[in-house]
Design a protein around this ligand. Structure first.
Ligand SMILES: [Zn+2]
Length: 180
């Protein structure tokens, strides 16, 4: 089932996520629906807040979307398994700094320069309910930092410089108005 992606101005995007107690069938179904939604919207990441849910879960996939937009295991050049479904994620370490031209499915039509870590150590629970640790670099580190922000109710607009905010002022206002 595909969800509608909520956009900037919707209050649900500002909620803080709640810890997932058990990885049961409902959580698995939510994760698969989030993947389907993300692939259909041609995004590389999606957090539960963006579909109006408050579970601490995000999905990331930096590879081209699979046929039919359904879950299919693939591997990146660094042999990281995609898609990454992170339940109760915690970023344990951040190192380096990179500026990325970033977009967000909740900010259609806007890309902004955002500073992100060059690499992160991510701890999370997978769909089997097992705790995992991954060291991630580059685009994956950026995506994970971005999605992790969503679970804290933090959005790219909070990470933009004053100049960027002025640049995108009218588009941001328009999105806000759409959600009134
Ligand atoms: Zn986002």
């Amino acid at each position: 089932m595909k969800y509608e992606v909520l956009t900037y101005g919707n209050g649900a995007l500002r909620t803080k996520s709640k810890t997932v107690e058990v990885v049961d069938e409902d959580i698995k179904a939510l994760a698969l629906d989030m993947l389907e939604t993300m692939y259909a919207a041609a995004g590389v990441g999606l957090a539960a807040e963006q579909v109006g849910r408050d579970e601490a879960i995000f999905v990331v996939d930096i590879l081209p979307a699979p046929d039919g937009h359904q879950y299919r295991e693939r591997f990146t050049e660094d042999e990281i398994k995609m898609p990454l479904v992170a339940i109760n994620p915690e970023i344990k370490e951040r190192s380096g700094e990179c500026i990325y031209k970033e977009g967000c499915l909740s900010f259609p039509g806007i890309t902004a320069n955002v500073t992100r870590p060059e690499s992160v150590v991510l701890e999370y629970t997978d769909l089997e309910g097992k705790r995992q640790t991954l060291q991630l670099q580059g685009l994956l580190a950026e995506a994970i930092d971005h999605e992790n922000d969503h679970l804290d109710g933090v959005l790219i607009v909070d990470r933009m410089s004053a100049v960027q905010k002025v640049m995108h002022k009218s588009k941001l206002k328009k999105l806000m108005r759409m959600n009134k």
